[in-house]
Design a protein around this ligand. Structure first.
Ligand code: UD1
Ligand code: CA
Length: 486
């Protein structure tokens, strides 16, 4: 791209049809908001200054954009008087900031609610525009149903002479399948002049940006369409049905790309991968799996079926089956699941195991250490090679504060233990089944905390008379008396 490009991203519209307390452009597909997709495409095309025009829900939208990219200039359009008016507001905001140099070169106009548009498409579009020396280049698409869109009007020689909005178009013009995507590249000097000439003499009483095409044509300035075959990239979202449709298509594209990059995805239709996830070749993703946030799956790992991971790192050759996890790290060769719940701060070492019906939180489990069955592990450190017995609860919360439990290296704790934190179990220590550990266990010790079992004969008959339990106990006694030999 030879010249200087400034992007104007329009995001002031109301989004009424979303029927949402949340601003339309903050609704997400593929793990990020629509406006984040729009800004990523623009910045990926190597643009200098980006101005976003906000209006409806401007506090929400502005705060979100500032969190994505604080360098984006925000321009407020108090009333939505049309796309031309919105661009006027954007250019005024640049002047007010003394960014006059951004009013030279090219202005690219895009929408915040067109989430599938890619940086590659914008780059091609801008280089076409720059190479041609046109006043305006329009990104267009031919649609099977062009209803509602502005139509591309051409003269007999095929040259673009105007864009006619659907509401202003005659019956013949409405037959035209080629539409304005809304994405335009314009010579900045021409745009500044043309914006000043725009009128509101149309059926909507709005300032149409599209009228600058007619102005350029009237002046004999070159205008042309850049036709995009991939019409998905020009589609906007107005309601939640369209949001789901574009979300599914975005996912299809993401899944397709990973498969072509060497990832086995058994069932693309039930696999959902955010645009922010990374996967190495020779990983396998089984059906019913959702990967979101900044999750990263290493080579040789198998994830799924029926697994949801958000911001989870899965190491090489690890297996993660029927698991729900967030903000966690799973080491190389480790195994997780089925039916495991990894909460934030879980770190499982290489070749470690988190097994069935185990919940973990804020816990480091060392290399080769195992929590195989039916346990809750919170605020803990478990050393390498240790094994935690089935049904162990790390009692980390005293009702007011959280406390940590430390288990050393190569410890063997038995089934059905409770570790009442803060407590430390030393290296190589053992515990007995059913023990409640309230005091530290030295390295190499065996901790037995059971009180001796006491049976109170006849307790049920005395305390629970008339119950089915009392009845069963009485029958057992009767049985015993009938067979005195036994
Ligand atoms: C617009 C185009 C139409 C094109 C269609 C593609 C004009 C006059 N029409 O029509 O040719 O086919 O997009 O989707 O440009 N916006 C503002 N401020 C405003 C008005 C709109 O920021 O005052 C923003 C909206 O938030 C939206 C975008 O501009 O992101 C398009 O606005 P919308 O009202 O959807 O335009 P259309 O009538 O669909
Ligand atoms: Ca629209």
């Amino acid at each position: 791209m030879s010249d200087h490009v400034t992007a104007v991203v329009l995001a002031a519209g109301a989004g009424t049809r979303m029927k949402s307390a949340k601003a339309k452009v903050l609704h997400e597909i593929g793990g990020r908001s629509m406006v984040a997709h729009a800004l990523a495409a623009v910045s990926g095309a190597g643009i200098g200054t980006t101005v976003t025009v906000v209006g409806h829900d401007r506090e929400q939208v502005s705060a979100h954009i500032a969190s994505l990219d604080p360098s984006v200039v925000l321009a407020v359009q108090e009333e939505q008087n049309g796309t031309g008016h919105a661009v006027q507001i954007a250019l005024e905001a640049l002047s007010a900031l003394g960014k006059q140099s951004d009013l030279l070169g090219t202005v690219l106009v895009t929408y915040a609610d067109v989430p599938l548009l890619t940086a590659e498409t914008l780059t091609e579009f801008l280089s076409d525009h720059a190479a041609s020396g046109r006043a305006v280049t329009i990104l267009t698409a031919e649609l099977a149903d062009p209803t509602g869109y502005g139509r591309i009007i051409r003269d007999t020689s095929g040259a673009v002479t105007a864009i006619r909005e659907h509401k202003d178009a005659g019956d013949d013009e409405r037959q035209i399948p080629e539409v304005n995507s809304g994405i335009l590249a314009l010579d900045a000097a021409f745009l500044t002049e043309a914006l000043a000439e725009l009128e509101t003499d149309n059926s909507q009483g709005e300032v149409y940006l599209t009228d600058v095409i007619g102005i350029a044509a009237d002046r004999g300035l070159p205008v042309a369409a850049h036709v995009l075959e991939d019409v998905w990239q020009t589609e906007g979202v107005n309601d939640r049905s369209q949001l789901a449709r574009l979300g599914a298509e975005l996912n299809r594209r993401i899944v397709q790309r990973w498969m072509l990059d060497g990832v086995t995805i058994v069932d693309p239709a039930t696999t959902w991968i955010d645009s922010t996830v990374t996967i190495e070749p020779d990983a396998t993703i089984l059906p019913g799996t959702q990967l979101s946030g900044v999750s990263a799956i290493a080579a040789g790992a198998t994830v799924g079926p029926d697994t949801t991971l958000r911001n989870v790192e899965v190491g090489r050759d690890a297996t993660v089956i029927r698991t729900h996890g967030s903000d966690a790290v799973i080491g190389d060769g480790a195994t997780v699941g089925p039916f495991s719940y990894l909460r934030p701060g879980t770190e499982l070492g290489a070749k470690g195991k988190i097994g069935a019906f185990v919940e973990t939180k804020n816990t480091r489990i060392g290399d080769g250490a195992k929590v195989p069955h039916l346990s809750y592990v919170g605020d803990a450190e478990i050393g390498e090679g240790s094994n935690i017995g089935a049904g162990t609860v790390f009692a980390n919360y005293d009702g007011v504060n959280k406390h940590r439990t430390t288990v050393g290296r190569h410890a063997r704790t038995a089934s059905n233990n409770t570790f009442v934190a803060p407590v430390t179990i030393g290296d190589g220590a053992f515990t007995a089944a059913g023990t409640t550990i309230r005091n530290d266990v030295p390295a190499g010790a065996m901790a037995i905390g059971n009180t001796e079992q006491r049976n109170i004969e006849g307790w049920v008959a005395a305390k629970r008379p008339g119950t089915t339990s009392a009845q069963a106990a009485a029958e057992a006694e009767q049985h015993q008396q009938e067979k005195p030999g036994e």
